[in-house]
Design a protein around this ligand. Structure first.
Ligand code: NDP
Length: 238
């Protein structure tokens, strides 16, 4: 059974990815900032028998080293770098703390987590890295911090695709559009309606829409797909 780490999986898209992959017979390590991830992991384990939860703040390199010290590095087949936050505000009013928190959580986490497992993946001569970016990577009003981090995720993804391909490791980004989760539930209804109007499929995406894309990239049969941006946005990127 192949083991996959999913960060930010206590709720939202990460939770759906973990569940979707567990249902499809992967062993899952659910990672989240919130301590209740241990309970979430246990509950999921009762259902699927192949899940555990680990508490970790992925914005901190030291915390990642510590949290993953008990994980058998060579067991890890895949990483889904999903944990992310937003602190939306016009740049002129953005504080250093709002900039720093988003860059550390959404971009540094890519380094902090992937670095723990990349050498064992190289030794295994196989692996899958899937990083969650966002439609906002291309720039978005009120999201200078978030857009910068999510554009960085794409640079990171493509660079790893070039560097690690020769070891049988693929690195791809999934780029969600507008997905119903606690992150987007916090948005005012008027803004949500405007977004939906711009989506050709005229609906907000579900976390499972994203999970399906991640699972596709994890497959053995996807071994020749490397360095892509897989957009999950109902056509909003057209
Ligand atoms: P949610 O806010 O619903 O869930 C994010 C999860 O990440 C939470 O469980 C949160 O834990 C966890 N998390 C936050 N910070 C850390 C940290 N430092 N260490 C470990 N875990 C952490 O977000 P979504 O599910 O909506 O988003 C998931 C990913 O998808 C993010 O990267 C987001 O940027 C991206 N995305 C989402 C879109 C959407 O429309 N929803 C669109 C495009 C991209 P806690 O609850 O404890 O804070």
């Amino acid at each position: 059974m192949r083991t996959i780490i999913v960060t930010g999986s206590n709720r939202g898209i990460g939770y759906s990815i973990a569940k979707y992959l567990a249902e499809r017979h992967y062993r899952i390590i659910m990672v989240d900032y919130d301590r209740s991830i241990n309970e979430t992991g246990s509950k999921m384990n009762e259902l699927y028998g192949n899940v555990e939860g680990i508490q970790c703040d992925v914005s901190s390199y030291e915390k990642c080293e510590e949290a993953f010290s008990t994980v058998d590095r060579h067991e890890i087949y895949g990483i889904v770098n999903n944990a992310g936050i937003n602190r939306d505000v016009m740049f002129k009013n953005m504080t250093y703390e709002q900039w720093d928190a988003v860059i550390k959580t959404d971009l540094y986490s890519m380094f902090n987590v992937t670095k723990q497992f990349v050498n064992s993946m190289i030794e295994n001569n196989s692996g899958r890295i899937v990083n969650i970016s966002s439609a906002s990577w291309n720039g978005n009003i009120g999201q200078a911090n978030y857009s910068s981090a999510k554009a960085g995720v794409i640079g990171f993804t493509k660079t790893l695709a070039r560097e690690l391909g020769k070891y049988g490791i693929t690195s791809n980004a999934v780029v969600p559009g507008f997905i119903k989760t606690p992150m987007t539930d916090a948005m005012p209804d008027k803004i949500k309606e405007k977004f939906i109007e711009k989506i050709p499929l005229k609906r907000i995406g579900t976390p499972d829409d994203v999970a399906n894309a991640v699972e596709f990239l994890m497959k053995e049969e996807s071994s020749y797909i490397n360095g892509i941006l897989l957009e999950v946005g109902g056509g909003m990127f057209l």
